[in-house]
Design a binder for this molecule. Sequence first.
Ligand SMILES: NC(=O)c1ccc[n+]([C@@H]2O[C@H](COP(=O)([O-])OP(=O)(O)OC[C@H]3O[C@@H](n4cnc5c(N)ncnc54)[C@H](O)[C@@H]3O)[C@@H](O)[C@H]2O)c1
Length: 354
Amino acid sequence: MKNGKYQVAIVGAGGIARWAHMPGWQKQDDVEILAVADPDWETAQKFAADFNIPHVFTEYQKIAEMDQVDIVDVCAPNSVHCPASVSALLSGKHVLCEKPLAVKSSEVIEMITAANQTGKKLMCAQHQRFRKESRVVKDLIDDGVFGEIYFAQAQALRRRSVPARPTFIKKELSGGGPLLDIGVHILDLTYWFMGCPKVASVKGVTFTKLAKREDVHGLWGEWDRQAYDVEDFAAGFIRFTNGTAISLSCSFLANITVIEDFSTILYGTQAGIHWPNGKLATEKNGVLQDIELHIPQHPEVRPHAEEIRVFLECVRENKPVPVKPEESLEVIKMLEGIYQSAETGQEVIFAPAG
Ligand SMILES: NC(=O)c1ccc[n+]([C@@H]2O[C@H](COP(=O)([O-])OP(=O)(O)OC[C@H]3O[C@@H](n4cnc5c(N)ncnc54)[C@H](O)[C@@H]3O)[C@@H](O)[C@H]2O)c1
């Protein structure tokens, strides 16, 4: 800390750092952004100039050498999450890391080990958990409104929206396609709603049927068809040791009748709900009831900023982080299991199902 302020360094000066993380850090009175690292020197310099950041590097390793840095915020492509986080943790910094926490479970284990060794905080930036709709549904779950939630149907389906940057379409940077990019969001949220049970087994399929075609166009611009080497559709079926299950489907380019379906449906013994639309189905005294939740929105509270506020509070008060790295590890095991199952055609078994 310097002058009573936490010193933060940003790794990766791209889109998410600029439009989501910086506004979050800027809302905090006891934070200064001390450094930024990005191998693209022009991007790094422009970011530093725009946000008045004194130290600019092309290598994230330089941040590890800065004793003054308290917190590293990793906003680089997925394949950089593990090495950049481990470097920061082992040099005594707390780490907030974009999703997915890493591209392989072995990497997540390495990150958790580094955090445990140094006693520093590590949290994955699963901002969907910090949406108002998510907090409301979670509170209802904790109040027992749904009874036992035994099944969930989660989808992160886009019709024609490929994020056209190499960060998302080149496996060496992203580690995977929509499954790792948007599937991780809805799976993490659904898994959290279901109480984070241990994964028992995973079955999955992946397809690349549309992304390589020249006649399929994107609403977010065109992508390099040659460079695109990840799936454009993935689906999985996940069973947990407590007997519950999740079915998951995700795509950048699905032929569906809406632009996007980013949702999860929770099936409970007492009630069910569609997130995020808040339509709840239940029964009382033999009468079926459909209830629509009207969730007040506070536009000034953005989920990314809220996630940063809560993470900082955990650092300040030395509290456990709300997105536990062990939960992220289970999520990455599920995603990795879907890829593995898609490749082998076999179910991947982690533990006996309940
Ligand atoms: N939570 C969300 O809603 C959300 C949304 C978009 C992206 N993301 C995540 O944020 C991360 C970055 O995505 P983006 O949209 O900002 O991508 P981007 O392509 O806009 O930016 C990535 C930046 O990282 C830089 N980079 C590449 N290698 C690096 C390295 N070794 N060290 C430091 N920087 C490096 C690139 O030069 C680029 O400037 C990804 O992990 C992505 O999954 C999250």
